[in-house]
Design a protein around this ligand. Structure first.
Ligand code: CTP
Length: 406
């Protein structure tokens, strides 16, 4: 199985819960392969798991601190700003002991792993491993049946020689099968199948001369997350982007641009052929009136650069729109709601994504965002602090809900 560069694993937040069983050592390989495939792996170990493998091993393989305790030892930076449960795209437990299986079925939350498992809304993958008699015990069988009915993906153990000296069903499934279960869990419903989505990203560059330009603090991360998630929802995606240095979302067609005028030309040219336009780009409102043909040399006096207005690309699309769903962004520092509603109506948008860029964890350069969604029917939904990939999913779900009416 080839997993490097796998679009479903790259950039995903995978939480790996490790329980106390001899098979814990095999999970080192799982964590290593996830990390190499580009996943961000957060390992949580139960107290007994740390008797089998040192947390440092998982820390080195995942390149992240390992969470080992519910109280006391958890360092703020390893839990990050976003709670582990909220940030997870998928939650894997391997090896899943009879103990954690029973706790998850019963809703018991007595350590960090069990608590986070209950708190997460991410899909859960359990890879059980235990003694054959434990695995065939009616309590464990029943617990697994109930969990499967609740949507948990169970990776059945293998039959063979067990560490306790006996033989039978209870060996942890091979890493390939666990990875396949994770990929299955990460697949999104094809909400946007057959839909053509145009996303703009990055801050535009407005030339002063051949070597200098005016730009802004936009990193492009929100736009790239939107393009990547739209591909995963089944859309045909075109990403019109300024230079960002970010990895290109696998499956998206990328059209590079620099200035607002270049972006406008490309977007206007594609508008009739798309169903959705999401303008995550930070378009400069002004550009130098007359960019110099040659490098501007310094002299003793002051330098004044005259700026002229750029066209508002999104407002122009709002005038032209027929069947298209239009999504705009508003990066604000004050009176967020007032400015957001004004932009939603003035630009004739279906959805406006507003964020206060001064809030910690929101806005430029971060991997997380705090946004409020305003729709054309007066709907308002405040999303909490979330990774940009999750914000992207929520925006795209809203778009998918509007599309059938078009
Ligand atoms: N936008 C655009 N063309 C511009 C300016 C903005 O298409 N020349 C788009 C952005 O991509 C974003 C939305 O409009 O989706 C809002 O951009 P923003 O700069 O926040 O709003 P403005 O309308 O420019 O208002 P102001 O600068 O006064 O906040």
């Amino acid at each position: 199985m080839t997993i490097s560069g796998d679009n479903r694993l790259a950039g995903r937040q995978v939480v790996v819960g490790v329980c106390g069983g001899i098979a814990a050592y095999k999970v080192c390989d799982l964590v290593s392969r996830l990390a190499r495939a580009g996943s961000k792996v957060q390992v949580i170990m139960t107290r007994s798991a740390t008797k089998f493998v040192a947390p440092l091993t998982f820390q080195a393989l995942s390149n992240q601190p390992v969470i080992t305790e519910l109280f006391g030892e958890i360092k703020q930076e390893c839990v990050a700003h976003v709670s582990v449960a909220e940030a997870a795209d998928v939650f894997v437990v391997a090896p899943a002991t009879a103990n954690i299986i029973g706790k998850l079925r019963a809703g018991i939350a007595d350590d960090f792993l069990a608590t986070t498992l209950l708190a997460t809304k991410a899909p859960v993958v359990l890879a059980p491993a235990m003694n054959v008699n434990m695995f065939s015990h009616p309590a464990v069988r029943e617990n697994l049946t109930v969990l499967r009915e609740r949507g948990v993906i169970i990776i059945e153990p293998e039959t063979g020689r067990l560490a306790c000296g006996t033989s039978g069903k209870g060996r942890l499934a091979p890493v390939e099968r666990i990875l396949a279960g994770i990929q299955e869990a990460l697949a999104l419903p094809p909400l946007l199948a057959g839909c053509r989505v145009l996303v703009t990203a990055g801050g535009t560059r407005e030339a002063i001369d051949p070597v200098r330009y005016i730009t802004n603090r936009s990193s492009g991360k929100m736009g790239y997350a939107l393009a990547g998630e739209a591909v995963r929802f089944g859309a045909a995606v075109t990403l019109v982007t300024t230079p960002t240095g970010l990895p290109v979302p696998v499956g998206a067609k990328v059209i590079p641009v620099e200035s607002a005028l270049e972006m406008r030309e490309v977007v206007q040219g594609l508008f009739d052929q798309v169903d959705v336009v999401i303008k995550a780009a930070a378009v400069a409102d002004y550009r130098p009136a007359c960019p110099a043909k040659q490098k501007v040399k310094k002299n003793a006096g002051q330098l004044t650069i005259e700026l002229v207005r750029n066209p508002d690309i999104l407002a122009e699309l709002g005038q032209r729109k027929r069947h298209q769903v239009l999504v705009g962004f508003a990066a604000e520092t004050n009176d967020v709601e007032k400015h957001a509603l004004e932009k939603l109506h003035r630009k004739n948008l279906d959805l406006l994504v507003a964020n206060d860029v001064t809030a910690s964890g929101a806005g430029f350069g971060t991997d997380t965002n705090i946004v409020t969604l305003y729709d054309a029917n007066g709907g308002r939904e405040a999303l909490g602090l979330l990774p940009k990939t999750k914000v992207a999913c929520r925006i795209l779900e809203r778009v998918a809900a509007v599309l059938p009416a078009r």
